[in-house]
Design a protein around this ligand. Structure first.
Ligand SMILES: [Zn+2]
Ligand SMILES: [Zn+2]
Length: 306
């Protein structure tokens, strides 16, 4: 047998055992191999063409180092090694879009190839947040997962940021439970970009959010002045539509007339929903009337003793 046939026999026997996830599909012998290097063409469902072209170039350079010897296994090991050492290469396009188009100069996006994760550090005014985002091995079929490393926002904002980011990631990989008739079939989407984009935009906009009732900013300029109790009059509340209010402002607004048609958000006119205020408009009105009647009785009693 010739040189190429010998090498192909060896590859057939070894490739699946020695290089994880590899499979021999076809062989096209070249005329002057192994005096010349093998030509490498890389294709991938998830890795960007730009990165694949660069990796193919590097692979051919590797092959040129061992001209005259079998090159295929050597190059396959090189490619496998590159993917193992750079697991974030599956989201390289998303990372460059985040860095170039979405992140502000004060944002940091640190890649941690060893743990296949990304550290996002962002700040706005005196508020700052740090999130760790892990990219799984079968990304983008499985969504990214995230944890909060630190945050100077009040707990109500922190809970919302995490829950909303996780929900956005879930929507990228799970079809909606109720499909609209005639909607195109569900396709899995990469989840890193939407998650980090949401976190950065939210973190930058929240300190400037204004209470719909009193028109002052919901958060104090310094994080150390955030009220420690979630029922403090000046603590921040987020209603279903996404707008923010002071606790006391929202409480007074919901519990005072007019009640007709229910309460709507001052910023977007959508109906106000909040877990802490689940009362129906009729009940709120009855309570208001009851409170007013008691106040009248008290006023009359004060008049009597005056
Ligand atoms: Zn307010
Ligand atoms: Zn609203």
């Amino acid at each position: 047998m010739g040189f190429v046939e010998d090498e192909l026999q060896e590859i057939k026997a070894m490739v699946e055992k020695h290089i994880t996830g590899s499979k021999l599909e076809a062989c096209i012998p070249a005329m002057n191999y192994p005096a010349a290097n093998i030509l490498v063409e890389l294709k991938s469902r998830h890795i960007s063409q730009k990165l694949l072209d660069g990796l193919a170039n590097l692979s051919e350079k590797e092959a040129k180092k061992i001209l005259g010897k079998p090159q295929i296994l050597h190059v396959l090991k090189f490619v496998r090694n590159f993917i193992d050492e750079n697991p974030l290469c599956c989201c390289s396009e998303e990372i460059s879009e985040l860095k170039q188009k979405i992140a502000r100069p004060s944002d940091e996006i640190k890649l941690k190839q060893k743990t296949s994760s990304i550290l996002v550090i962002t700040m706005e005014g005196e508020y700052s947040c740090k999130y760790n985002i892990t990219v799984p091995e079968d990304y983008p079929d499985t969504r990214v997962s995230l944890t909060e490393v630190s945050s100077s926002y009040p707990p109500v904002v922190r809970r919302w940021l995490l829950a909303q980011a996780q929900e956005l990631a879930r929507q990228c990989v799970e079809p909606p439970t109720r499909c609209r008739p005639g909607a195109p079939p569900f396709v899995v989407k990469p989840s890193l970009l939407p998650v980090v984009k949401f976190l950065l935009e939210a973190v930058h906009s929240i300190p400037a959010a204004v209470c719909g009732v009193c028109c002052r900013t919901c958060l104090p300029p310094h994080p150390q002045d955030v009220p420690s109790s979630e029922d403090d009059p000046l603590s921040v509340e987020r209603v279903y539509c996404g707008h923010f209010y002071h606790h006391a402002c929202l409480d007074t607004y919901i519990k005072t007339p007019p009640f007709a048609g229910g309460k709507t958000c001052h910023s977007c006119s959508l109906k106000i929903y909040h877990d802490k205020w689940k009362l129906s408009p009729a009940l709120v009105e009855a309570r208001w009337a009851h409170k007013q009647a008691r106040q009248r009785e008290l006023d009359e009693a004060i008049d009597f003793f005056a």
